[in-house]
Design a protein around this ligand. Structure first.
Ligand code: NDP
Length: 334
């Protein structure tokens, strides 16, 4: 089988030299074990943090060991009665990931069967971590009220596209910020955003935000951080809420990023800013999946994916997140 390992730790933006592909063999299957072959891998921005040797809410990848990410797999061979060849599965338990390998062995207890009748990539996107992140960030922290203005950065990505549509469902004005004219067009034409701002094509993003949000900003769902967020924060209204979801603009910085002091504005405008990780909501995932599924069935939420083809393209797909190569959820079809 093939495996993709972390070859060394990146400084700044990672590149292909940080990964290494090796050939290896799997041991013989023992009783209680299941061999799975991956069908789809997810690549996600937080994985950049796992490439560093830093303590976080999730342990770092080890140099010389396979990278791992969420994925959907098919049972190839089973010595656990609960699984048959052909079953669609995801890994569960303490480390709900698949190693970047063309096949892997799990104990049956660390797998769970999934319903193969819905599109398998939905488990990685709309009904997986990104969709749930959008849902709980909005439901629990954003708390949208009809008539409010919601701005989301990283708007054309896996999380952002869902955030904007939830804003619309709740009767809000949805404004997205993303990179490139095609993404902007997609947000307004396909996903129903009221306005969208191309941060790459704007020299004065503050003015663009002011124009797109004539009544100010009540919720800023922050996926990117950095200068985009500095610009949005100036337009926050009294009692605005800011779910801090991600800071992708800062994941490859090599120096401590600095920006304007926002605390005075937060005080005088009574702003609530709260960071969260989706794991905080693990015991409520059922609620999120149920609500998102209902919205999908009712045609209120649409989704899009960028599918890279081939196991060997995993590193490229992961790196592509940092140049905005994806619209919607980025997945790799093995
Ligand atoms: P996306 O599908 O949004 O992919 C990443 C996107 O980020 C790219 O397509 C690109 O879009 C944008 N981007 C990359 N670099 C920059 C930059 N320097 N400045 C501005 N935008 C940039 O990823 P996800 O939807 O999976 O994740 C979005 C955010 O949410 C990330 O920050 C991620 O870490 C976070 N997250 C947090 C979770 C949590 O539990 N808190 C769970 C899941 C995700 P563009 O072309 O528009 O630049």
């Amino acid at each position: 089988i093939k495996q993709i390992l972390l070859a060394n730790r990146p400084q700044g933006l990672p590149d292909a030299n940080n990964f290494k592909t090796v050939e290896t063999a799997l041991p013989e299957l023992m009783p209680g074990e299941v061999m799975v072959k991956p069908l789809y891998f997810s690549v996600d921005p937080y994985m950049r943090g796992r490439m560093n040797d830093a303590k976080s809410y999730i342990p770092p990848f080890q140099v010389g060991e396979p990278i791992e990410s969420s994925g959907v797999a098919e049972v190839a061979e089973s010595r656990d009665d609960r699984y048959q060849a052909g079953d669609k599965v995801m890994s569960s338990g303490p480390r709900p990931f698949l190693p970047w390998a063309t096949a892997a062995i799990f104990t049956g207890d660390h797998l769970r069967k999934i319903d193969g009748s819905i599109p398998l990539t939905y488990y990685l996107g709309l009904l997986g971590v990104p969709g749930l992140t959008a849902y709980f960030g909005m439901a629990d922290i954003g708390k949208p009220k009809a008539g409010e203005t919601v701005v989301v950065s990283g708007a054309a990505g896996a999380v952002g596209i869902v955030v904007g549509q939830i804003a619309k469902i709740m009767g809000c004005r949805a404004v997205g910020i993303a990179g490139g004219s095609e993404k902007i067009k997609m947000l307004t034409d396909t996903f129903g955003f009221d306005a969208a701002i191309d941060y790459k094509g704007h020299s004065n993003i503050g003015a663009a935000i002011a124009a797109a949000c004539p009544n100010g900003v009540d919720i800023y769902f922050d996926n990117v951080g950095g200068e985009i967020s500095d610009a949005v924060i100036k337009h926050l209204n009294f009692f605005a809420r800011v779910p801090l979801c991600g800071q992708i603009a800062l994941y490859n910085t090599t120096e401590v990023p600095v920006g304007p002091r926002i605390q005075p504005l937060m005080v005088t405008r009574s702003v609530l800013m709260q960071g969260f990780i989706i794991g905080n909501y693990a015991n409520r995932f059922g609620e999120g999946i149920k609500q998102l599924s209902e919205w999908v069935k009712a045609g209120k939420i649409k989704y899009t994916e960028t599918v890279e083809e081939g196991f060997d393209h995993l590193p490229e797909a992961l790196l592509g997140l940092f140049s905005g190569r994806n619209s919607g959820k980025m997945v790799v079809k093995v």
